[in-house]
Ligand binder design. Structure first.
Ligand code: DGT
Ligand code: CA
Ligand code: CA
Ligand code: ZN
Length: 574
């Protein structure tokens, strides 16, 4: 349980109190939630020290509830509130323009209890004419619902992963399960996740199901059976759990990891060998004798395949490669020795150069690139040439202060302007250790113009890495039109690397483009684009995406030593 979890529960209390028309209290709960979330120390430590009431906004009433939750994992006050307010009303608050007062009116006067009913009421024009609702408001509400539902369908890998890990940890602690793993698309590391799947290997599944459905974040139990259950958490996030006997663990994990297409292909291999593969094991078709099932490795081996990492299980050629023993040895997180892309308080980042460096040292990194925005990006506090010169000195100083424990690359994330030129004069670019160049404007250019623009930047001789090469924001902004083949050809020629920006809604390059880059012999540089020390943790999303793109350590610049990366970059300066 981390501070964010506690904050989330307090915010939910605030929403529910709002929906009961309670005054003042919701504001207090939200304030406490924000302060707890922003704290550096884990809330459990603060509770243990008895210092909860020292946090601004945390009075006696709120402190007691937080203590109870931290100590017991339960919060009866919240459960009571949940039982008093129709479940779906909280959803209504997510629609832009609907606050608690409106939600209460909609519920009291029109009997609306959830998003679906609100949609129907709006579609049948039952809102207009009602107190305060005009035709316009009705339309706006409908648009808001559409946006919510389109986005709500799948969640980001970076959002789903911590939630799922929290549940796994909770079940380890509370149900002392023998084996447990995330499964489904989340284990395969897909960039968006439909629902979270969790698999448990345990010979007493009933206890696991009780524990799971009793998790404090569970809002609705959709289904509860002896070996499987499904629940909804806040925001409609669905979690499915399955429990199997430990002897079937490997076969079940293989089955519930998917993808469906990969499973169809592995099953077919079995059929051709006279075997039957299902979630209980791999069996001889005629005798029914069990051939394998306890581990995934033994299942794959019995099918004549080498072990296939979950990220590769998309029926994208991995089965043929496994049969012929030519699967790549994909990138491991432990091979990462640095991060190329981050922002500091010199532009729109939240921490100092020294803070970013200290966090990187604690990750055992050998180098990081300090790459604040360039002058054209005024909204992000882009640096003028003058400021950038000063920053180069500041970076050197910070590096010296750390006594050689890490190399700090003085760099920039320079805008690629509409004509393909970079946003700083060449002599200045020459003095930097690292130049990332990215498109941040004029996204709607026709494809051939955009391709020319980016190729011109690549061929300028002054850039090392093309930042977030397609500009997409998952679920929010489409990639810009660009001829990736041509870009990769130019990059191969100029030995410019492609960034794999691992910000959670970018993951740009996407997995498929990573494979294209590898085929074109273009190196990939993973950058978190962190604007805060904690966001350096997004590295793992980049690693997962690189793995899905079949990249090996040798394809990724982050695996070079600090010394080698400095040498590599110096060798590129004209
Ligand atoms: P998602 O949730 O849409 O992001 O995608 P998945 O892959 O997690 O799909 P999900 O949650 O429906 O099912 C989890 C895994 O269970 C899936 O990856 C493979 C396995 N599975 C589910 N249904 C079937 C099926 O009908 N046939 C086979 N072969 N496998 C299935
Ligand atoms: Ca799933
Ligand atoms: Ca599922
Ligand atoms: Zn950028």
């Amino acid at each position: 349980m981390d501070n964010r979890d506690v904050a989330q529960l307090l915010n939910e209390i605030a929403d529910l109190l709002d929906l009961q028309g309670v005054a003042f209290k919701p504001v207090a709960y939200r304030r406490a939630a924000r302060n707890i979330e922003d704290m550096d120390q884990p809330v459990a430590d603060v509770v243990a020290k008895g210092a909860l009431r020292d946090i601004p906004g945390v009075g006696d009433a709120i402190a007691k509830k937080v203590e109870e939750y931290v100590q017991t994992g339960k919060l009866p006050y919240l459960e009571k509130l949940r039982s008093e307010v129709p479940l779906g009303l909280i959803e209504l608050l997510k629609v832009p323009d609907i606050g608690p007062k409106t939600a209460i009116v909609l519920n009291r006067d029109l009997g609306i209890t959830n998003l679906q009913e609100l949609r129907e009421a709006a579609e049948n024009h039952r809102l207009r004419g009602h107190k305060g609702f005009g035709e316009k408001t009705e339309e706006k509400i409908l648009q808001g619902i559409n946006m919510l539902q389109a986005k709500g369908e799948r969640m980001l890998l970076g959002d789903a992963l911590p939630i799922a890990e929290g549940i796994v940890e909770y079940l380890r602690a509370n149900a002392s399960v023998e084996k447990i793993s995330i499964g489904g698309s989340l284990r395969r590391g897909k960039e968006t996740i439909g629902d979270i799947d969790i698999l448990v290997g345990d010979n007493n599944p009933a206890r696991v199901m009780d524990s799971f459905t009793g998790h404090p974040f569970v809002q609705t139990v959709l289904m509860k059976g002896p070996t499987k259950s499904s629940v909804l958490l806040q925001k409609g996030i669905q979690v499915d759990i399955r429990a199997v006997e430990t002897g079937s663990w490997g076969a079940a994990l293989q089955y519930f990891t998917g993808s469906k297409e990969h499973n169809v292909a592995t099953r077919k291999i079995g059929v051709d060998m006279g075997l039957k593969l299902n979630e209980y094991g791999l069996f001889e078709r005629d005798s029914g004798r069990k051939v394998a099932g306890a581990t995934e490795e033994e299942v794959y081996r019995a099918l004549g395949l080498t072990y296939i990492e979950p990220e590769l299980r998309e029926d994208g050629g991995e089965i043929e490669a496994a049969r012929e023993g030519r699967l790549p040895r994909i990138l491991e997180h432990s091979s990462i020795r640095g991060d190329f892309h981050m922002h500091t308080d010199w532009s729109d980042g939240g921490n100092r150069i020294e803070d970013m460096a200290a966090r990187a040292v604690s990750k055992n990194y050998e180098f990081i690139g300090i790459t604040d925005h360039s002058q054209s990006l005024k909204i992000a506090g882009g640096l003028t040439p003058d400021r950038l010169r000063k920053q180069i000195d500041a970076v050197r100083k910070a590096e010296d202060a750390l006594g050689g424990r890490i190399r700090l690359l003085s760099g920039t994330e320079a805008d690629i302007k509409a004509d393909g030129s970079l946003d700083f004069p060449r002599p200045l670019l020459k003095d930097l250790d690292l130049v990332i160049a990215s498109v941040h404007s004029r996204f709607k250019m026709p494809k051939d113009e955009m391709t020319k623009r980016v190729v011109a930047a690549i061929e300028s001789g002054y850039m090392d890495i093309l930042g977030h090469p397609t500009g997409r924001l998952i679920g929010r902004r489409n990639p810009y039109e660009i001829d990736m083949e041509k870009v990769l050809d130019a990059a191969a020629e100029s030995r410019v690397a492609m960034e794999l920006n691992s910000w959670k809604d970018r993951l740009d390059l996407a997995d498929g483009h990573c494979r294209m880059a590898k085929a074109a012999r273009v190196k990939v540089a993973i950058g978190t684009d962190a604007h805060h020390v904690d966001e350096l943790d997004f590295m793992r999303l980049g690693v997962i995406t690189a793995r899905r793109g079949w990249l090996e350590a040798g394809d990724v610049l982050n695996t070079m030593s600090g010394k080698d990366i400095v040498k590599h970059l110096r060798g590129r300066r004209p």
